[in-house]
Design a protein. Structure first.
Length: 419
């Protein structure tokens, strides 16, 4: 799964050398890229309503699809041509550019967006940040998993200024992953968790039927790559804290606030099943790690209303969360390895669709009781935790994400850790 930095940069370095050899003057290189016949099958038409050079970013084509791998191959051909023609210009990351701004840096932004196919060359060159640039920047942001607000914040600048050779190497690395993943029988119905994208797809008959924003593991508590089958849904689950969380989080919190367990409805359970009074434990040591910490069901439960179970050696699962605000973050790498799911009840209803007696109304009614209820799926659904940081869902629509765990081998792609 991991790609060494030496291997990645070896390929990217060769591409960069070709770029240097092919660009005597910046404008000449820019014109060569824009006019290149293999730049990509991007729409030539341009008008004020659309303002972009390519097709729509949204698609119901799954990331894990044989078609996706084919589109990535086409993207690699296009990006190879971009690199050989000189790449794209760096956009000075010094100002907040947005609709209505007139600034010389807008011209660099226009060139950057034209080269990547987000802005049609028919928009022309101008220092004005007009509706054309606004639409193109929003398209770029959507392709990079950023809020499409049309403003050049720090994450947008960082994504804009990753060089073309590095992006080409990222595509090549992920093509190998996609070929390997899609060569297997994924299942007629399956769930995919794309870790670097912090996104979930529920797929049926080759099309995405549900897409969910996710929160995945921190750099030091990574969500693992795995394949399993979802076999159980727990409504109103108890939460049992892993020993790692007890050591890293609960014990330090108890040293600061002796009422932490009581305030969060967490009980200490001894090996014999009896409940332990926290006041009898020496919190200056790690004595507490020998006990089990169980949080009662309820609104403040770490898993909130739902837990989605599947057998795996990493003891991870998918679940709801009381911290709904985390789904709005630009970088969503906050968990201890498990995956939090936005609008999780929609996913649960889809998973339980073929399980008798568990329609959406029954799910909601049961959640209201606050009683811990286990439901076995009548037909387990495959689940795939994957690491795909670059893919394409159509001609000219290429998606890139932050290489949060460094699996792609280039430090420039670990944007969140550099900001």
């Amino acid at each position: 799964m991991k790609t060494s930095r030496r291997v990645f940069l070896g390929g990217a370095g060769a591409a960069a050398a070709a770029a240097l050899a092919g660009s005597a003057k910046a404008q000449t290189a820019f014109d060569a890229i824009i006019n290149a016949p293999r730049r990509g099958a991007w729409e030539d038409q341009f008008d004020a309503e659309v303002g972009s050079g390519g097709g729509p970013v949204a698609s119901n084509l799954p990331v894990l699809s044989p078609e996706t791998a084919g589109y990535v191959e086409s993207a690699i051909a296009s990006y190879s041509n971009i690199v050989a023609s000189g790449g794209w210009p760096t956009v000075p990351a010094t100002k907040k550019l947005q609709l209505g701004v007139i600034d010389p840096d807008v011209e660099a932004l226009r060139r950057r967006l034209m080269v990547s196919g987000d802005l049609s060359p028919r928009a022309g060159m101008s220092p004005a940040f007009d509706s054309y640039v606004d639409a193109a920047l929003k398209r770029f942001q959507a392709r990079h998993g950023l809020p499409a607000d049309g403003m050049t914040g720090r994450y947008t600048y960082s994504a804009l200024n990753v060089s073309a050779p590095i992006r080409l190497g990222q595509l090549q690395t992920n093509l190998g992953r996609l070929r390997d993943l899609t060569s297997k029988d994924l299942g007629r119905r399956f769930v995919m968790v794309n870790i670097p994208a912090a996104q979930i797809e529920a797929v049926e008959n080759g099309r995405v039927v549900l897409r969910h924003t996710a929160v995945v593991g921190k750099i030091d508590r990574q969500t693992p790559v795995l394949t399993s089958r979802i076999n159980e849904i727990i409504l109103n689950p108890y939460w049992n804290a892993p020993v790692s969380i007890v050591r890293k989080d609960i014990i330090p919190l108890m040293r600061k606030d002796p009422d932490y367990l009581a305030n969060n409805n967490i009980r200490m359970i001894a090996p014999d099943g009896s409940e332990v009074d926290p006041l009898t434990v020496d919190w200056s040591t790690e004595e507490a790690a020998k006990y089990r910490f169980r949080q009662d069901p309820g609104k403040i439960n770490a898993m909130a209303s739902v837990k989605i179970n599947f057998p795996n050696s990493h003891a991870v699962y998918m679940h709801d969360t009381p911290q709904q605000n985390l789904f709005r973050d630009e970088e969503r790498f906050h968990s201890s390895g498990c995956v939090r799911v936005q609008n999780v009840r929609d996913l649960v209803a889809w998973l339980l669709r073929d399980t008798p007696g568990w329609d959406r109304r029954q799910i909601e009614t049961t959640i209201q009781t606050d009683e811990d209820v286990h439901v076995n799926l009548s037909e387990p659904v495959p689940v795939h935790f994957v690491y795909v940081s670059a893919w394409s869902t159509g001609d000219g629509v290429v998606h890139f994400r932050d290489d949060i765990y460094g699996f792609d081998g280039a430090a420039e792609l670990q944007i969140s850790t550099a900001i």
